[in-house]
Design a protein around this ligand. Structure first.
Ligand code: SF4
Ligand code: SF4
Length: 232
């Protein structure tokens, strides 16, 4: 498949499954047969992922992307041998970096859950195509990625404003919203992927979905207090 189809989630899943290194091979830049130039998407994703790896204490050298044509079998073999040796030298994932295995597992699981959010927030940069390869070093900075994770947004339905119109529950892509007719809706934070759809679709006259950053999400309203009593 096109290297542009290699999702950030695929790479993080490979590391979650204990792979010590991930290699992505794409067609040469600017030689794509289509107007999509998916290999630029792959490059941007790799640069983002390498910063994320740094953020959680993993050596970013464990992830590599190279661009070559299908006629360059020798180059491919050389690159693979070199990368294989590099990864062997780096040692087992996490252990070589001194990260506890359970801690690494939970960090990766947490970040995988945030993939849709990360992709949404970094949408523009992920779709960029820079002319000068040197600019790529600065596409994502360490500070930027640290800030991304310290400013993660959560969504919360304010019980006193929710009118149980059910729009958000119907539109939530992961069925994270529970509720029924005449019942205040509640977001299950464990399932929510922070896509922001509920925030966008809640009718402005209700404005019941709040965006929360930097403070804890209030606990869900108890089930026996969710019924909405309407006048008349
Ligand atoms: S932000 Fe809202 S719509 Fe998106 S997953 Fe979370 S609850 Fe569902
Ligand atoms: S869209 Fe808004 S008002 Fe309607 S159920 Fe969801 S939170 Fe409540």
């Amino acid at each position: 498949m096109c290297s542009g189809r290699v999702d950030l989630e695929f790479v993080l899943r490979a590391f979650s499954n204990g792979m010590d290194g991930v290699f992505i091979g794409g067609c040469r830049l600017n030689e794509c047969n289509y107007i999509t130039h998916g290999n630029y998407d792959a490059l941007n994703m790799v640069l983002l992922c390498r910063r994320i790896m740094e953020h959680i204490g993993l050596n970013p050298e464990r992830l590599r992307i190279e661009f070559m044509s299908s006629a360059e079998g020798i180059l491919f073999a050389e690159v693979m041998r070199e990368f294989g040796n590099e990864v062997t030298e780096l040692g087992p994932l996490g252990i070589a970096e001194g990260i506890d295995q359970n801690e690494l597992k939970s960090k990766l699981a947490e970040i995988r859950k945030l993939v849709p959010y990360i992709k949404m927030v970094k949408d523009e940069k992920l779709a960029s195509r820079l002319e000068n390869p040197e600019e790529y070093d600065k596409l994502f900075t360490k500070d930027e990625i640290d800030r991304l994770f310290s400013e993660v947004v959560s969504y919360y339905i304010e019980p006193e404003k929710c009118q149980a119109c059910m729009i958000c529950a119907r539109r939530c892509p992961v069925e994270a919203i529970t509720g029924a007719k005449n019942e205040v809706h509640v977001i299950e934070q464990e399932i929510c992927i922070k896509c922001g759809t509920c925030f966008d679709v809640c009718p402005p006259k209700f404005g019941a979905v709040a965006k929360i950053t930097g403070e804890p999400v209030p606990p869900p309203i108890p089930e026996d207090k969710r019924t909405i009593v309407r006048k008349g």
